[in-house]
Design a protein around this ligand. Structure first.
Ligand code: NAG
Ligand code: NAG
Ligand code: NAG
Ligand code: NAG
Ligand code: NAG
Length: 428
């Protein structure tokens, strides 16, 4: 019966159900309208075909014809089409949505007039947009373009805070990349990693936080939001002309409130503890679903500290911890040659934290993990050799570690898996 309800009715029903964390969504209605088809393309099938024979491979093969539903276990990283389509754009978000991601991400940065816009870093406009080809805007960059010469690489640094929101909205988005040898701004535009593509560098549409909220809210099916409040880089010291990090973190939540979005649909993220605690104190319903992004164990010397801190984070009100994939995996087993849950994963689970991780499909072919010093598989690089291992690793995280959601740069890979195992996403 729920299939015939419209999105508003479902939202209202969810609001009624949303009495306390955790939300027991076994009572939730199906998320995918009858007339909306999610679409995967060949990639999940390619990955399954490359697996060695196992019960997992058989199970995944048995799901090949669906039925498939939108699932919040599948989180569109920078939109969800980021492997091939410019990140943080309408096009990437539409791609993630079509591939069944139930949660779609916008990284929230601010402009010179304190507009909130979707961009992964405050200062990546020179590599993710055409700003250097727009002389009147390029002139406003923190560091304008300087060509490469015999001794130095080309340089540029353009920040959202260098331009107004209207100026930002006039930019074209492109795949993240640059050519360090460039002697002209035109040449500087290229240089994406070989496994991505410039096929969709056709002026992808940038988004403000407002337009992202409107877009995601208008998509077919039940979709949730995950805005990440960016911590400005050192080139944009805070407070920025009096604008504090605290006000910025409030403004992000207030934008959702002004659009009438129910907090149960929003998973606000930050790497900065103060942002999370501000939401817990001032916006408790929003703070309850806040996602604490953890990269404090990147230095191996600090990893144990990051593990030991987990119970205190839970005690301080954090419900969802979000480390990168490599934090959750270790090499172990009887012959020390298999992938097992890491101490971090075990401790997070024991502390009662929900775990969401990032980012699947960001690394390119797994054949190159060791040679390319890939970050996301770094803790298991000696035993990662081919793409079919992706689903083995995802399965370990899902079923042994109990992951509540996975960010992915190409949503179909994760949506397919989540459907095959009936995974519904955070709060379940
Ligand atoms: C998986 O791909 C690798 C190359 O990346 C190949 O060597 C291997 O044979 C493939 N495995 C299967 C089962 O197809
Ligand atoms: C090369 O570029 C650097 C940085 O822009 C500059 O300091 C240096 O003088 C240039 N060298 C030559 C030979 O032009
Ligand atoms: C990078 O820039 C150099 C110098 O302008 C140019 O020769 C080269 O073709 C460019 N590479 C790419 C991938 O665009
Ligand atoms: C490791 O922890 C120390 C002490 O807290 C800190 O000063 C240092 O910056 C940390 N290193 C990294 C890479 O986070
Ligand atoms: C297991 O293998 C990993 C990675 O290959 C290595 O770092 C670790 O020291 C090994 N542990 C034991 C107990 O041999």
């Amino acid at each position: 019966m729920y299939k015939t309800m419209n999105v508003l009715a479902i939202t209202a029903l969810l609001a009624e159900l949303a009495v306390a964390w955790p939300v027991h969504t076994s009572t939730l209605p199906p998320t995918t309208p009858d007339e909306y088809y999610i679409s995967f393309g060949p990639r999940p099938y390619y990955l399954i075909q490359n697996m060695t024979e196992s019960p997992l491979k058989k199970k995944l093969e048995s799901c090949e014809n669906g039925p498939f539903e939108i699932t919040a276990w599948s989180i569109g990283h920078r939109g969800g089409g980021t492997l091939q389509i410019p990140e943080e754009t309408v096009e990437s978000t539409m791609a993630g949505a079509r591939m069944g991601a139930g949660i779609l991400e916008c990284d929230v940065s601010f402009t010179s007039d304190l507009g909130l816009v979707c961009r992964h870093s405050l200062c990546d406009l020179h590599t993710t947009t055409d700003i250097l080809l727009r002389p009147e805007l390029a002139a406003k960059c923190t560091t304008p373009f300087t060509p490469a010469n015999e001794t130095s690489d080309a340089t540029a640094l353009c920040c959202t805070s260098d331009i107004t929101k209207d100026e930002f909205m006039s930019l074209c988005s492109k795949m993240d990349g640059f050519n360090a040898s460039a002697t002209t701004p035109e040449d500087y535009q290229h240089g994406v990693p070989f496994f991505r593509t410039e096929l969709y560098d056709t002026c992808a549409q940038v988004m403000s936080l407002d337009s992202y909220i409107e877009l995601v809210d208008s998509l077919p099916g039940y979709r949730n939001f995950t805005p990440e409040l960016k911590t400005p880089p050192k080139q944009v010291p805070m407070p920025f002309n009096g604008y504090t990090q605290a006000q910025y973190s409030r403004d992000m939540i207030e934008t959702f409130i002004s659009h009438g979005i129910d907090p149960i649909r929003v998973f606000p993220q930050s790497f900065t503890p103060a942002d999370i605690y501000l939401w817990l104190n001032e916006y408790p319903e929003w703070g309850a679903q806040a996602v604490f992004l953890d990269e404090d164990g990147d230095d191996p010397a600090n990893f144990t500290t990051a593990v030991n801190r987990l119970p205190a984070l839970k005690a301080s009100g954090v419900n969802i911890i979000s480390p990168p994939i490599n934090y959750l995996l270790a090499v172990g087993g009887p012959n020390n040659d298999t992938i097992v849950p890491s101490d971090y994963a075990i401790a997070a689970k024991k502390a009662g934290l929900d775990i969401i991780s990032w980012s699947f499909e960001r690394s390119g072919p797994l054949t190159r993990v060791a040679a390319d010093d890939d970050y996301y598989y770094s803790s298991v690089a000696p035993v990662v050799h081919y793409d079919g291992q992706m689903y083995e690793i995802l399965d370990l995280m899902a079923r042994e570690i109990g992951l509540k959601g996975m960010f992915s740069d190409w949503s179909s890979t994760v949506t397919y898996y989540a459907n095959c195992f009936g995974l519904k996403g955070p709060g379940n």
